[in-house]
Ligand binder design. Structure first.
Ligand code: ADP
Length: 537
């Protein structure tokens, strides 16, 4: 048995490394930087604790979670590992003692907050110890694109580079968009890091997407609850008012619901949460304020009454279903109104915050990109699970065909693999829309484009001479379908839809592909007269 596995068994009593741990540990022990992206609970700590134990000297762990450091270190000490932490909860004297002991070689692993790294006294201390490894926990905090950005994380790179002999660096995070990963590598100055993304798949979850008009959504929710009467579930809404409306309505239909949003008092929220945890109320209707840190393992379904603003947000919320590993469902209901709400919020990012304009524009651009991915999920005809995992950078080998369900490469366990829709060829509509946008040089919105390609005789159109465009009147389909095709083209970068009060359709970065020979374009159309909805009482 090698040293790493021996340490894993000796100190932690685990037989073997989990997927991904071995990869990171091997890289780090070989002196190579590493980046591990794994969901919460996957076991990221072992990726630095084991190398910290095995390597000679003192491993530093940079973590923003000051309040957890003491627990983490006590867990290490209980396991027989000599650990320590230095942070503001210690008195200056206690800090001095910890540093002196570290210089004497007492510790193997030391936790510090990022702010500490710039402190001259700390740097002086570090110069006197051998540091073979620096682990950066919650490494996404270095990225300005994430929600947890911490300016102090930007100092880490300078600290790493201040060593005469640069320590190996391992960065760990549960947030995995490509952009954030790129940032982590750049902002921490990782050198050719061995990178692994693992464990995001949740095989026991079934994913479904349904596009529904606003008024059908709550009936769909009620029907779902009626079909699953003894099961516990969460229904997420985007706005507080929607939570109240839906919860009131469900209650009027005889469903025992709890609700949760930031507009309620702390006591109301606590009571509500407790009723849900104790199964007194089987259904929780909530905004995204609900769920963090709540450990209820038997949630059988999560329904999104509205489309969230990113795949990350969606997966985190949907992932609250089936923590016990039992089969559970994640159903997303959406419509164009949700898209507009998300766009509205993006347009208002940073408003009144005194943030500089360039910064706001950058953040908005990123959020739009994230929204496009989310929309792509709603519209894709491919496997939903594969789509999510691709977003997180994880390859999905597929298992659908193997057990006879769904297409090869798919999971065989999502609404797309199970084929609730048919694919409609809309190449001609797509080409007409693209031609129209190019001819107009992007000066109109979706409705006008639909009118033009459908040959409308509206006065505003004829007066503008738009009936002379070559694309005029070339499409026979409904305005709704044309607008859907435009949205779909935008979600795939063939077109782009500007923001603001009157969104304008423009050419997207991949527009030339639509002009190329052999271009084909298809979209999803629900096959059955779905969904099963409850009658309105
Ligand atoms: P993360 O930081 O990724 O959220 P943790 O490091 O807290 O995860 O680990 C989650 C749980 O998994 C802990 O209880 C930990 O002891 C356990 N664990 C980690 N590695 C292994 C392993 N190789 N075998 C069994 N259990 C493990």
């Amino acid at each position: 048995m090698d040293d790493a596995r021996a340490a894993l068994a000796r100190y932690f009593g685990y037989e073997d490394f989990r997927e991904g741990q071995r990869f990171i540990v091997d890289a780090v022990l070989a002196g190579r930087d590493a980046l591990g992206v794994m969901p919460t609970g996957a076991g990221k700590s072992m990726c630095y604790q084991i190398p910290g134990i095995v390597l000679p000297g003192l491993a530093l762990v940079v973590s923003p979670l000051v309040s957890l450091m003491s627990d983490q270190v006590h867990a290490l000490i209980d396991a027989g590992v000599r650990g320590a932490f230095i942070n503001s909860t210690l008195t200056p004297n206690q800090q001095r003692i910890a540093m002196n002991r570290a210089i004497e070689g007492t510790y193997k692993i030391m936790y510090v907050a990022p702010e500490r790294l710039a402190d001259p006294a700390f740097r002086e201390f570090i110069a006197q110890v051998h540091v073979p490894l620096i682990a950066i926990d919650e490494a996404h905090c270095v990225s300005q694109w994430g929600q947890d950005f911490r300016p102090s994380y930007l100092e880490i790179r300078d600290f790493i580079e201040s060593f005469d002999v640069r320590p190996t660096v391992v960065a760990l995070t549960a947030t995995a968009t490509e952009r954030v990963r790129g940032d982590i590598c750049a902002m921490l100055g990782l050198r050719d890091p061995a990178t692994i993304v693992t464990g995001f798949d949740r095989p026991n979850l079934t994913f479904s997407v349904e596009r529904l008009d606003a008024k059908m959504k709550r009936r769909r929710v009620a029907a779902y609850i009626a079909e699953h009467p003894r099961e516990s579930g969460i229904i997420y809404c985007n706005k507080r008012k929607e939570v109240d409306d839906l919860a009131d309505w469900l209650a009027s239909q005889g469903v025992a619901t709890a609700r949760y949003h930031a507009g309620m008092t702390t006591i109301e929220r606590q009571e509500s949460q407790q009723r849900f945890i104790d199964d007194d109320a089987l259904v929780m209707v909530a905004t995204n304020a609900f769920g963090m840190g709540i450990d209820k393992s038997n949630v059988r379904y999560v329904i999104h009454h509205n489309m969230p603003k990113s795949i990350e947000a969606y997966y985190q919320e949907a992932g609250r279903a089936g923590r016990d590993g039992e089969p559970s469902e994640c159903l997303l209901l959406w419509n164009d109104g949700d898209t507009s709400t998300c766009r509205y919020f993006i347009d208002r990012v940073g408003m009144n915050d005194g943030v500089d304009e360039d910064e706001i524009e950058r953040v908005q651009a990123v959020q739009r990109r994230m929204l496009d991915w989310m929309l792509g999920y709603c519209r894709t005809t491919g496997c939903l699970r594969a789509y999510i995992l691709k977003y997180f950078g994880e390859e999905f080998a597929g298992r659908g065909a193997a057990d006879g369900r769904g297409p090869e490469g798919g999971c065989g366990n999502c609404s797309n693999c199970l084929g609730d829709f048919e694919t409609v060829d809309v190449t001609d509509v797509a080409k007409a829309c693209v031609r129209c946008v190019l001819e107009l040089h992007g000066s109109f919105g979706k409705s006008m484009i639909a009118d033009i390609v459908r040959g409308s005789k509206a006065k505003r159109l004829l007066e503008g001479g738009l009936d002379r465009l070559s694309c005029y009147g070339t499409v026979n389909d409904s305005a709704g379908l044309v607008k859907d095709v435009i949205e779909l083209l935008a979600s795939q970068d063939l077109l782009s839809i500007s923001d603001g009060t009157y969104p304008v359709v423009e050419a997207g970065p991949r527009v030339m592909e639509a002009e190329a020979e052999g271009f084909s374009f298809s979209m999803k159309k629900v096959k059955h007269a779905r969904p099963a909805v409850a009658p309105e009482h």
